[in-house]
Design a protein around this ligand. Structure first.
Ligand code: HEC
Ligand code: HEC
Ligand code: HEC
Ligand code: HEC
Length: 442
């Protein structure tokens, strides 16, 4: 039986490789555009831009490195080179899960077919490095060689069944957005299933419904080393935010804005890219008053920026005030309300800010999330202030997070050592033994 599954898996992988190769030949225009995503190579160091996030993510790999997204051609290179995926573990030790490949390459679901979902997820990220050959590829979104749309990732298929919108029953325009939504969606690694990727949508996909899922399972992604809070991590919920936006309600999907029709006559440009930079070609087809639309979007972006910064400052304070309370001998029954409020506040903040482009995708939801986050962190701080007074603590020491470097130092990360270790691994292994797709240069 097992052997049979492996044969089927291998067959599926082979046929999809063949179909993809012929798609490149059959559709040179789309292939050329797909390659052009390499032109979008600039990215921002998000920890430098928001140093407080280093403190909020202390104890998680996000505190080491986090950049804004760039063109699809860099996806395999960037996940290989980031400090977040580290280096190969020592023999007998466990490294980062292979699940980190899931949203970068078609080899991810092909490897799932070959090894089973848990067999794949249970392996180390670095185990498969040399087998990764393609990046966000035709076969990730298409089936056969006629451009029919596909959803090859099993966790995405299951998630859509959970919300009663299976792929096969979707309209074409929804299926088009869904191809993006198999990666641009929030997820977590299921510890009880060998770190398999799971989309936590049993109750639905709003921030409250996902939180309920995590809370009822007493799930946490890591324990925050400063405040001892059992933390949750949101990851790029673009699909969720878009799905309940004004644009989605009007049938405007990811493709309308990010794959805007180009002048060469092809229906959708495969140079998937920043919609904002291409305002003229991507938005003016529907928004005739360009200046008004633009200033509305600018205003939304500015609001999100100031609101998130305010919440970040308060969350840093709350984590350290909780530490001061623990240090002064506080007990769990005394801390419970404040700790849960920190968890719920940071979850909402993350659900807003880790969604790239939320100011454009769903400004109403961004506002609701950040307002609730502010309310929760304020509640945590009121509780902590009362407790600190009872414990006779009248001074709390806050860290210096005026820059990424000072924040990383404050939480005890040895960045020179981490960087050196990664650079050595890149030179000795990734550049020498992995495929060109893991070594794309701008
Ligand atoms: C990230 C997903 C994604 C990837 C990767 C992708 N496509 Fe597409 N492709 C789409 C979507 C979505 C549409 C449908 C657009 C619509 O109908 O609105 C599409 C449409 C097409 C079509 C139909 C005609 C057209 O342009 O609308 C062809 C042909 C095609 N793609 C070829 C390719 C080839 C060749 C590759 C690989 C080099 C590729 N695609 C990679 C998502 C993708
Ligand atoms: C297989 C997973 C996958 C699929 C499918 C996918 N993306 Fe992405 N996308 C990524 C990753 C990963 C990045 C970040 C790459 C990096 O920074 O190295 C990214 C980056 C982007 C960016 C930033 C580009 C830039 O130039 O700044 C946009 C916009 C984007 N994706 C939109 C889409 C849209 C629209 C679709 C559907 C047509 C889609 N993506 C499908 C994984 C995917
Ligand atoms: C109405 C048009 C529109 C729709 C629909 C839309 N986007 Fe966007 N998207 C934008 C704009 C505009 C930005 C840039 C916002 C900014 O600069 O803050 C953006 C930003 C992004 C980014 C971040 C790009 C970067 O370089 O930081 C990603 C990724 C993304 N969108 C993916 C998606 C996905 C996936 C969907 C569908 C589920 C989608 N978008 C639907 C307009 C749209
Ligand atoms: C295919 C048509 C279409 C495209 C393309 C499109 N939009 Fe829209 N947009 C709409 C519709 C329809 C609405 C809803 C109007 C309403 O609510 O009255 C809307 C609403 C908006 C709003 C107001 C949202 C709010 O929350 O009040 C903004 C801002 C906006 N669009 C920005 C953009 C940007 C930026 C782009 C390009 C990246 C874009 N749109 C592309 C159709 C489109």
């Amino acid at each position: 039986m097992k052997q049979c599954q492996m044969v089927i898996g291998l067959f599926a992988a082979l046929t999809s490789l063949v179909a993809s190769a012929s798609m490149e030949q059959k559709y040179p225009v789309q292939t050329e555009q797909w390659q052009q995503t390499k032109a979008s190579y600039e990215r921002e160091d998000m920890l430098e831009k928001h140093p407080a996030t280093v403190i909020l993510w202390a104890g998680s790999a996000y505190a080491k490195e986090f950049h804004s997204p760039r063109g699809h051609q860099f996806a395999v290179t960037d996940v290989s080179h980031t400090l977040r995926t580290g280096v190969a573990p020592e023999a007998g030790e466990k490294g980062m899960s292979a699940s980190c490949w899931t949203c970068k390459t078609p080899q991810a679901w092909q490897l799932m077919q070959k090894h089973g979902e848990q067999g794949y997820a249970g392996a180390n990220f670095t185990d498969f490095g040399s087998q990764i050959e393609q990046v966000v590829y035709c076969s990730d979104c298409h089936q056969g060689d006629k451009g029919a749309l596909a959803l090859p990732r099993p966790h995405a298929k299951r998630a859509m069944e959970k919300v009663q919108l299976p792929f096969a029953k979707q309209k074409h325009s929804m299926q088009a957005s869904q191809t993006c939504g198999q990666c641009h969606v929030t997820y977590y690694f299921q510890p009880e299933a060998s770190n398999q990727v799971n989309i936590p949508w049993i109750f639905g996909n709003t921030v409250d419904e996902i939180e309920k899922y995590y809370d009822t399972r007493r799930f946490y992604e890591w324990i925050h080393p400063i405040s001892q809070t059992p933390m949750l991590k949101a990851r790029h919920p673009e699909f969720e935010h878009w799905s309940r936006s004004k644009h989605a309600a009007q049938g405007v999907g990811c493709v309308d804005c990010h794959m805007a029709a180009s002048t060469d006559g092809s229906p959708a440009s495969h140079k998937v890219g920043g919609a904002w930079e291409l305002f003229d070609s991507n938005c003016t087809s529907c928004h005739t008053n360009k200046e008004k639309t633009k200033s509305k979007l600018e205003a939304n972006k500015a609001w999100v920026e100031q609101a998130r910064t305010k919440v970040e400052d308060l969350l840093v304070k709350a984590h350290y005030e909780a530490k001061a309370a623990w240090d002064a001998g506080a007990t769990w029954p005394q801390m419970n309300t404040a700790i849960m409020a920190i968890r719920h506040s940071q979850w909402r903040w993350d659900f807003a800010v880790s969604s790239h482009g939320v100011a454009a995708h769903n400004p109403q939801e961004a506002k609701a999330l950040l307002n609730k986050s502010l309310e929760q962190v304020s509640l945590a701080r009121v509780e902590l202030a009362k407790l600190l007074a009872t414990l006779k603590v009248d001074e709390v020491e806050y860290p210096d997070y005026s820059s990424k470097a000072s924040a990383q130092k404050a939480i005890g990360l040895d960045m020179p050592a981490l960087n050196q270790q990664k650079q050595d691994y890149i030179k000795a292994t990734i550049e020498k033994q992995w495929q060109p797709v893991a070594n794309v240069k701008p």
